[in-house]
Design a protein around this ligand. Structure first.
Ligand code: AMP
Length: 410
């Protein structure tokens, strides 16, 4: 699935591209159509699943479809100022090529800041991302143009209730128009969240995204290489390290077949696993691999999900997988149950951006190992700054285009 499948405006697709998002994460795949349809939603999903874009994208698209100048159209309530800032930052990236504006409202004692917030809220910025307390202050002072609100998002709802924001949330909701779309995101679903959902949501669709972070026991590392160095590097690693059971993932059947041929030729006890093989052949190969008659299997992603082979001690990603979920599924083949495991990814020059998206999804950088000298010069690992595109610094440009008085100028 691609982001273009959602029917987003080209300006929104440009923003998604600029952030380096290639394919939707599972929560995005499931939540975006629901929100676009206009349904209420309750989603159990943690930070790291891509939930922010799962609600921002369809909301921006909805705002682009329906012009309503000078009114706040979406309200995102979050527990902390850090989260408000983080969401606003993503909002700036995604909406950069659109006309949709936003502000993060999160408190602090600065009087100038308060009046800036007041100005934006009363002139009707499109999307407000706010902590409950500060927003309540503005609402009680009558500063907020909220009567035409279309979307309410409660993000990290369980944390907000833990922090004692229940009364504030109820108060804020009393200021909102009855007819609106409600989205509730929460990492956990204790009874108090269910109660809140019953009070706020109208016939909601429900999504449950299982947490799929890689087991702590998996040692992850990556090599930044040229394509032509990948075969030699694979052979070096397989020769040097004494692994008993190895799974090597390639993105295409063709590269699976080529690599397996090369490994066999070099004397390794390997076989291949892909969808060109008959079911009976696949079963035979899998059994041999489980019984350790074959020590390494070169496979496409059909091996990455569901198939449970115990005690795989090394996974090699010969190619960078399509997205973070695939990466997690692939490396999750190792370190199953109580065992330890290692996952090594080969990144060529073209795959660097894709790997950085995966690292963002993992919430950490994977260690880059030094390419052995014997393989020659390796490419540089260039951090793809998704905030810069075609020489533009969107922060500077955004300051100009995100002038909240832009609604008044028109
Ligand atoms: P979130 O769960 O919203 O906090 O997102 C976690 C991280 O995943 C953020 O750094 C996002 O930039 C990144 N992210 C969100 N959606 C995608 C996607 N479709 N592809 C790659 N990275 C993504």
């Amino acid at each position: 699935m691609n982001f273009t499948d959602f029917g987003f405006e080209p300006t929104l697709i440009e923003g998604i591209d600029a952030l380096g998002f290639e394919t939707p994460t599972p929560i995005q795949e499931q939540a975006i159509p629901i929100v676009l349809k206009g349904n209420d939603l309750i989603a159990s999903a943690q930070t790291g699943t891509g939930k922010t874009a799962a609600f921002l994208l369809p909301i921006i698209q909805g705002i682009l479809n329906k012009s309503n100048e000078g009114h706040i159209k979406a309200l995102v309530i979050v527990p902390t100022r850090e989260l408000a800032m983080q969401i606003d930052q993503m909002m700036q990236g995604i909406s950069y090529f659109t006309s949709v504006s936003s502000i993060a409202v999160y408190g602090g004692s600065d009087g100038a800041l308060f009046s800036r917030e007041k100005q934006a809220l009363s002139s009707g910025v499109d999307i407000v991302i706010s902590t409950p307390g500060r927003l309540k202050s503005h609402l009680t002072m009558g500063n907020v143009k909220i009567d035409k609100l279309q979307y309410l998002v409660l993000d990290e709802a369980d944390r907000m209730l833990d922090m004692g924001f229940y009364e504030d949330i109820v108060k804020i909701i009393s200021y909102l128009p009855d007819k609106r779309q409600n989205l509730l995101f929460s990492a956990t679903m204790p009874p108090k969240i269910r109660d809140l959902a019953r009070k706020i949501l109208y016939h909601p669709s429900e999504i449950n995204i299982a947490v799929s972070t890689p087991a702590e026991k998996i040692k992850q590392e990556a090599f930044v290489v040229y394509n032509k160095q990948k075969n030699a590097l694979a052979k070096l690693i397989l020769k040097e390290k004494n692994f008993r059971s190895i799974l090597i993932f390639c993105s295409t059947k063709l590269s699976v077949k080529e690599l397996n041929r090369e490994l066999k030729h070099a004397g390794f006890n390997s076989d291949e696993f892909h969808s060109d093989l008959e079911q009976s052949q696949r079963e035979k190969i899998l059994l041999k691999f489980k019984n350790r008659e074959i020590s390494m299997l070169v496979a496409t992603d059909i091996m990455s999900r569901g198939i449970d082979v115990e005690d795989i001690d090394l996974v090699i990603n010969y190619d960078v997988p399509g997205d973070g979920e695939d990466y997690i599924h692939r490396i999750g083949r190792t370190a199953r149950a109580e065992s330890e495991g290692e996952a090594i990814t080969f990144i060529n020059e073209k795959e660097q951006g894709k790997f950085q998206s995966i690292e963002r999804l993992l919430g950490k950088e994977v260690l880059k190992a030094k390419v052995p000298k014997i393989l020659g010069e390796a490419p540089e690992y260039i951090i793809h700054d998704y905030r810069k595109k075609k020489g533009n610094n969107y922060y500077n440009k955004k300051k100009k285009s995100r002038n909240f008085s832009k609604n008044n100028k028109k």
